[in-house]
Design a protein around this ligand. Structure first.
Ligand SMILES: Nc1ncnc2c1ncn2[C@@H]1O[C@H](COP(=O)(O)OP(=O)(O)OP(=O)(O)O)[C@@H](O)[C@H]1O
Ligand SMILES: [Mg+2]
Length: 451
């Protein structure tokens, strides 16, 4: 038997029956700490965690569920309710017990039975709150989380795409998991044992991209003191992930196209073609179709890359995943350091659902990290996430506004494609020149003049 079994007892200790129960539990070896109400219990738990709580539920003075949520929902303490038998017929009491308590015990009842229920609750508290179970999840650095239909579809697409060896174009807003998707494809592919190399095309200075990607020969340019293999050769047998492919300079796009067609590279300073076995996954958050229309991206390369595509959906389009992800990262970060935090409050979850998450999963991770450092209560609150003053930022778009936007973009692209020639753009759009001029005025699109 444990020498020290702390028990937090909430109730009016002047009431004879309750006093008796507290004494009985002392006799059974429990160190009983008394709190006259839930506020006091909360203060006590803030200072001193306790695995088991025993609380008297008086139907005449029932606390609001939200009031108890903070204490009970946190789950570091398992709670047992003490109730008079008639109170068990009260709907509110039933609901409270059902949603927040581990078990209930009728007053006065049998002390030995209560002792064993408390022992059981304590054992369960230890199991539920031990960190080891949660660590198993957190160990997998690249685990992809999501339970919505749109994410399940994404996982299914990843599995299918992993089974073939063709290039893939991954699109999606910033922070939605494009790189994670690329890793997932690699890890499920036959190249899983080979290297995965993520290269951010936007981060390499334009004059170095070619030698960084394809390598160079000794003396190929000033400073090239020895032969160097580029990222492609270094990734042989594996998968290269070309991030921000939209930023690849036009002249290098030809080299990439050549690689995709012939699986060969040429080092800078050499005309020798070297075969390299690498799978190319590419990602972009810019609209490549527009980039093609604006001649910033080669059309042939676009078509070559656009055979297999995956789009990572923004968080606001998968509302139910917000809570799933928040809990996932909560447990992951809680394992990193000891913390008396026990969960996320209802208010914080509500506000997370209303928020638009422009930075998607990455933003959610950062806000959770911040909250877990800043939080000085047991449950994360809106202010800890830095979301307290925000109202829903979701802009309601009417059908007319949506049509207007598409109309404006389509006209803009047609004009770009036709070097601002209004007649040709009008012809391409299937409208008269007069109509196009009217639309140009409507959308305040500048144009070169009449053609
Ligand atoms: N479904 C998910 N489950 C778990 N973690 C995720 C998920 N999606 C994204 N993440 C995490 O969010 C962060 C951002 O993901 P990632 O870098 O893959 O996004 P990205 O789309 O490449 O962003 P950017 O466009 O800014 O480069 C990473 O830490 C990643 O591990
Ligand atoms: Mg990325």
């Amino acid at each position: 038997m444990d020498a020290h079994k702390p028990l937090l007892f909430v109730g009016d200790n002047k009431q004879g029956e309750l006093q008796q129960i507290a004494n009985d539990m002392r006799t059974c070896g429990w160190t009983v700490q008394h709190a006259s109400d839930w506020d006091q219990a909360g203060l006590y738990l803030d200072k001193q965690p306790c695995e088991v709580g025993l609380a008297h539920l008086n139907p005449k003075h029932l606390p609001a569920k939200t009031e108890l949520d903070e204490l009970v929902d946190g789950k570091q303490t398992e709670w047992i309710a003490l109730v008079d038998t008639p109170a068990l017929g009260n709907c509110n009491v039933q609901q409270l017990i059902h949603s927040l308590f581990f078990a209930y015990h009728t007053i006065p009842g049998d002390a030995a039975r209560l002792d064993s229920v408390l022992d059981h609750a304590r054992a369960m508290a230890r199991l539920s709150f031990s960190e080891c179970g949660q660590n198993e999840q957190a160990d997998n650095e690249y685990e992809m989380v999501g339970s919505t239909a749109i994410m399940r579809q994404l996982f299914a697409d990843i599995r299918k795409i992993a089974a073939v060896d063709a290039p893939v174009l991954i699109t999606g807003e910033s922070g939605t998991g494009k790189e994670l998707t690329a890793r997932a494809i690699h890890e499920r592919s036959k190249r899983a044992q080979g290297p995965f190399n993520a290269v951010n095309c936007a981060a390499i200075p334009a004059n170095l991209v070619q030698s960084e990607l394809f390598g160079h020969e000794k003396g190929a340019f000033t400073g090239a003191n020895q032969r160097k293999a580029g990222h492609f050769e270094a990734t042989a047998g594996g998968t290269i992930f070309l991030d921000e492919i939209g930023d690849l300079p036009l002249d290098l796009q030809v080299n990439l196209l050549r690689f995709l067609e012939r699986h060969c590279i040429q080092r800078v300073g050499s005309s020798q073609e070297i075969p390299v076995d690498v799978r190319v996954l590419a990602a972009t958050h810019v609209d490549l179709e527009t980039a093609v229309a604006e001649k910033r991206f080669r059309e042939d390369l676009y078509h070559r890359l656009n055979v297999l595509t995956i789009k990572t959906p923004p968080l606001r389009e998968r509302q139910e995943d917000i809570e799933v992800l928040a809990n996932f990262f909560f447990h992951k970060f809680r394992c990193e350091k000891s913390s008396r935090l026990t969960g996320i409050s209802e208010q914080a979850l509500t506000i997370m659902h209303q928020y638009d998450w422009p930075g998607n999963v990455r933003e959610l991770i950062n806000r959770m990290r911040r909250a877990m450092v800043m939080c000085d209560s047991r449950l994360i609150r809106p202010a800890d996430l830095g979301l307290e003053r925000r109202k829903s930022k979701r802009v309601v778009v009417t059908l007319e506004q949506a049509r207007d936007k598409v109309e404006k973009n389509t006209i803009h692209t047609a004009l770009m494609r036709n070097q601002n020639n209004v007649s040709r753009a009008a012809q391409e759009l299937g409208i008269s020149r007069v109509t196009l001029y009217r639309l140009l005025e409507k959308h305040h699109i500048p144009h070169a003049g009449k053609h």
